[in-house]
Design a protein around this ligand. Structure first.
Ligand SMILES: NC(=O)c1ccc[n+]([C@@H]2O[C@H](COP(=O)([O-])OP(=O)(O)OC[C@H]3O[C@@H](n4cnc5c(N)ncnc54)[C@H](OP(=O)(O)O)[C@@H]3O)[C@@H](O)[C@H]2O)c1
Length: 325
């Protein structure tokens, strides 16, 4: 498989990243292990998680996804064959001594990284990402904390998720001015169903600065698979809140087009949605999750699919902006 450089980090990664929020949430431990085994077998050895996954699920505290990955890495002895991305900064609630756990202050990053390393059962994180911007902490403080982690060998490269273009630009300037590591990767939400936020300013900035991009919600939480075809179709599903926004006339019309393009290519809508992202200049690897090996195999088929240019142009024209109602 042709690997792609991740920014200027020196890391090379497959053109697809598996989204680990499902581990211990919508995929139980056995299914999670089967998914991870399949990734290893097929060479798609790049996974994304976060300390906070899946704190939103009833009875969960956060850390569930990293812990599943850690048990699998240990059981399979697979650490050296995987590229592991995780994140820090979202609200993890209070620790047992009552201290808050969120944000990007140096003192918190130092504690959070140890907890992630422990759960992942490893001594290093390949890509450590700021999960969301923290306007109250100076960028130089955060980057200096990451600098120490890189020097200690605990982190190999850093990335930013959910940053605005203005703040990412500012972070790059601070890194250069203070000789600190720069964010080598951006993780924005981006798919055929939601294009405007990334394409307006972030995409040109990343291309100009040679920053890698791993985009999340590549399948719009499942909407682009075409499995939700009428208003209310996601009712009661774990993905209801996210998917419902697309269940509107423009969204359904777009699914019809996806069906047509998929048929023309002997593929499925999910595969077309993934193939379109894989071909996007400047995008290193789309992130998507799956809750079964069958779903994963379908998604990986999309990574290998080449869309014809006329079909891509039709998809582009029909998906401008956002399909959210
Ligand atoms: N940085 C951030 O703030 C942020 C935010 C969100 C996500 N992320 C990252 O992006 C990853 C992916 O996000 P996501 O899982 O929420 O969205 P997604 O990739 O857009 O949607 C994936 C979901 O669609 C369904 N699906 C996948 N393949 C399918 C197939 N072939 N047929 C039918 N259904 C299929 C599965 O859910 P069901 O089976 O349950 O329907 C799967 O979990 C996360 O794991 C995380 O790593 C990052």
């Amino acid at each position: 498989m042709d690997l792609r450089p991740l920014g200027r980090s020196g890391l090379s990664v497959p053109p697809f990243c598996f989204g680990g929020n499902v581990f211990g949430w919508t995929a139980d431990e056995a299914t999670s292990f089967a998914l991870l085994d399949r990734l290893l077998e097929t060479g798609f050895t790049f996974i994304d998680t976060a300390d906070v996954y899946s704190r939103w699920a009833p009875g969960h505290q956060g850390g569930e996804s990293e812990a599943v990955i850690g048990r699998w890495l240990k059981d399979r002895g697979a650490r050296d064959r995987m590229t592991i991305a995780t994140k820090v900064g979202m609200d993890m609630g209070q620790d047992p001594s009552g201290d808050g756990r969120k944000g990007l202050k140096a003192s918190y990053i130092e504690r959070a990284v140890e907890a992630s390393l422990r759960r992942l059962q490893t001594d290093r994180i390949d890509l450590y990402q700021s999960h969301t911007d923290d306007a109250e902490t100076p960028l130089a403080e955060t980057l200096a904390a990451y600098d120490r982690l890189i020097r200690a060998g605990k982190v190999r490269a850093i990335g930013a998720s959910n940053y605005s273009a203005a703040r990412l630009r500012e972070a790059l300037a601070v890194a250069e001015r203070e000789t600190l590591p720069r964010y080598e990767c951006l993780q924005p939400g981006y798919s055929l169903a939601d294009r405007e936020d990334y394409e307006a300013e972030l995409e040109p900035l990343c291309r100009e600065e040679g920053i890698g991009v791993i985009s999340y919600f590549s399948l719009a939480a499942g909407f682009l698979t075409g499995k939700y075809r009428q208003a209310g179709a996601a009712a009661g599903r774990a993905r209801e809140a996210r998917v419902s926004a697309y269940l509107n006339p423009r969204g359904f019309a777009f699914l019809d087009l996806l069906d047509t393009v998929a048929r023309e290519h002997g593929a499925t809508p999910a595969q077309v949605a993934i193939a379109w992202l894989v071909a996007r200049p400047g995008l290193t690897a789309p992130i998507a999750s799956a809750t079964s090996v069958t779903q994963l195999d379908e998604v990986l088929g999309g990574v290998r699919l080449a869309l014809d240019p006329a079909a891509s142009a039709r998809l582009e024209a029909a998906s401008r902006g956002s399909l959210k109602g």
